[in-house]
Unconditional design. Structure first.
Length: 281
């Protein structure tokens, strides 16, 4: 949006830099005072409401942190892993190795990464976030995602959450993926848009469905939303799809199909956790 031009000064300052100097000095002074007041307020809040581990509730040194026991219970996904979807390998392999699923047929997105293995430890956090209305967990979970996908975020133009159908959004009251995308946006500075992808078909729960059933379930479930201008602006962009859990990839693949048709140049997928086969649990 173009900025409004200020009215011409009828009596210009003989030293044009003087007002700038005053502004910088005042801004620095006020900024320092405000920062000091903010620090005092945070200390006061911590005295009244001591920071607690967002996993088990034990006392910790700062807000939004995990205690040592809960942190140690998390299983982070790191290399070696599938070059395309991020599935972890037991052993390193030369080149850009692919997992069996990607060898059978590459997903429509370009790269996928997950922060954690979906197991008892991560499941308790994610279910508390999604089903116990603990929306304050969005920020710390997004930090784990940013830790895993730093390079991915560095190249991204836009964050898009996987959308919920309006009927499910009404019953749940919030879209967990949209809150994660918003938290990632605040942490990274990358813009997010919760309106550009919409779920146009109410799909049945994915629980208990195999890969082919999941793919059929989400077929034609998504479409572009937002304004015509924002849809047109997708062409040539580098987009990250944000979701909480990656199971078979059917949902993000269906979203990627829509984005490909819109001309998106590069599609990444970033999730909190990844479901592994029983052999890797």
């Amino acid at each position: 949006m173009a900025r409004m031009k200020p009215d011409p000064d009828p009596d210009p300052d003989p030293d044009p830099l003087s007002s700038i100097r005053v502004g910088i000095t005042a801004g620095s002074f006020m900024g320092g005072r405000l920062a000091a007041v903010g620090a005092m307020l945070r200390q006061g809040i911590d005295l009244i409401l001591p920071p607690r581990c967002y996993g088990c509730g034990a006392l910790v040194d700062r807000q939004g942190a995990l205690c040592a026991a809960c942190w140690g219970g998390l299983r982070f996904i790191t290399d070696p892993r599938c070059h395309h979807c991020g599935y972890p390998f037991e052993y390193a392999m030369a080149g850009e190795p692919l997992c069996g699923a990607c060898l059978a047929g590459l997903p429509l997105y370009d790269r996928g990464l997950s922060a954690l293995v979906y197991d008892d430890a991560s499941r308790s956090l994610i279910l508390a976030y999604k089903r116990a209305d603990r929306t304050e967990l969005a920020a710390p979970l997004a930090l784990l995602m940013a830790r895993a996908g730093g390079a991915m975020l560095a190249d991204a133009d836009l964050l898009l959450p996987v959308p919920l159908h309006h009927s499910r959004l009404f019953s749940r009251r919030f879209n967990q993926s949209a809150l994660l995308a918003r938290a990632l946006s605040r942490q990274s500075g990358i813009p997010h848009d919760p309106t550009l992808l919409v779920r146009v078909k109410r799909t049945k729960s994915m629980g208990g469905l195999n890969r082919s059933e999941r793919m059929k379930n989400v077929r034609k479930a998504f479409a572009l939303g937002g304004s015509a201008r924002s849809r047109a602006a997708l062409s040539g962009r580098r987009v990250i799809l944000v979701d909480d859990v990656y199971t078979t990839g059917a949902t993000v693949n269906a979203c990627a199909r829509v984005l490909r048709k819109a001309g998106v140049a590069h599609i990444s997928v970033l999730t909190v956790a990844r479901v592994l086969s029983p052999a890797h649990q």
